[in-house]
Design a protein around this ligand. Structure first.
Ligand code: GS8
Length: 208
């Protein structure tokens, strides 16, 4: 269910790694238990345990998985090419610091809060962040008119990282916002047809 966990799952699926997904119950506060704080001192999910190594922060875990399984599956980091890899870093930062802060409150208010916690959405928060998101999407539209994917004409971790929040956003009443951005919409439709994405999406809730 958790967007940051989905980012990691997509990487594991893309490289064909074997893994076990261990659910943590957020409504019962399991993520703040001593056992989980030992995995992630901020009491958040996801955390990855691989032998003696324990990691948190989904983008760092994603990079670890792609490094560990380099040569297996598509090359989503492009580290053999300095400029490609720098562009992956740029758009990964954009996702974390521009896209995510705008889209996540909309998804939280309109989907997670009412469905998971029985709360009432705050329309002011939604509207403020829709305006922020549109400004970010203006930049994406310009970028994606020039290259097929965010970092260049190759699919990368930067694109992949947008999947979970965008997927949930498409299940909110505001999905039609994307219709005003034809290149962004085409980019979204292109990469969501990847087999790893279909598989992870099938296990995501809420679906609609
Ligand atoms: C954010 C993790 C996070 O917010 C990452 O791993 O990328 N920068 C971190 N996790 C959420 C669930 S995913 O939306 C979480 O654990 N929230 C509970 C809390 O913050 O208490």
């Amino acid at each position: 269910m958790a967007t940051c966990t989905v980012r990691v799952l997509l990487c594991l699926e893309e490289v064909g790694a074997k893994y076990e997904l261990v659910p943590i119950s957020m409504p019962t506060g399991e993520h703040k238990s001593p056992a989980h704080l030992a995995r992630n001192p901020f009491g958040q999910i996801p955390a990855l345990q691989d032998g003696d190594l324990t990691l948190f922060e989904s983008r760092a875990i994603a990079r670890y998985v792609l490094h560990k399984f380099k040569g297996q599956g598509p090359d989503l980091l492009r580290e053999d090419n300095l400029s490609d890899s720098a562009m992956v870093d740029v758009w990964l930062e954009v996702e974390a610091h521009q896209y995510n802060p705008a889209i996540s409150p909309i998804v939280y208010q309109s989907l997670i809060l009412p469905r998971m916690y029985g709360g009432t959405p705050d329309q002011t928060i939604i509207d403020t962040n829709l305006e922020k998101l549109k400004k970010v999407l203006d930049v994406y539209e310009t970028r994606l008119a020039k290259s097929k994917y965010l970092a260049g004409d190759f699919f990368s971790l930067a694109d992949l990282s947008h999947f979970s929040y965008t997927k949930y956003f498409m299940a909110t009443p505001y999905a039609s916002v994307f219709d005003s951005y034809p290149h962004v919409k085409a980019w979204w439709e292109d990469f969501t047809s990847r087999p790893a994405f279909k598989k992870v999406a099938a296990g995501m809730t809420p679906q609609q």
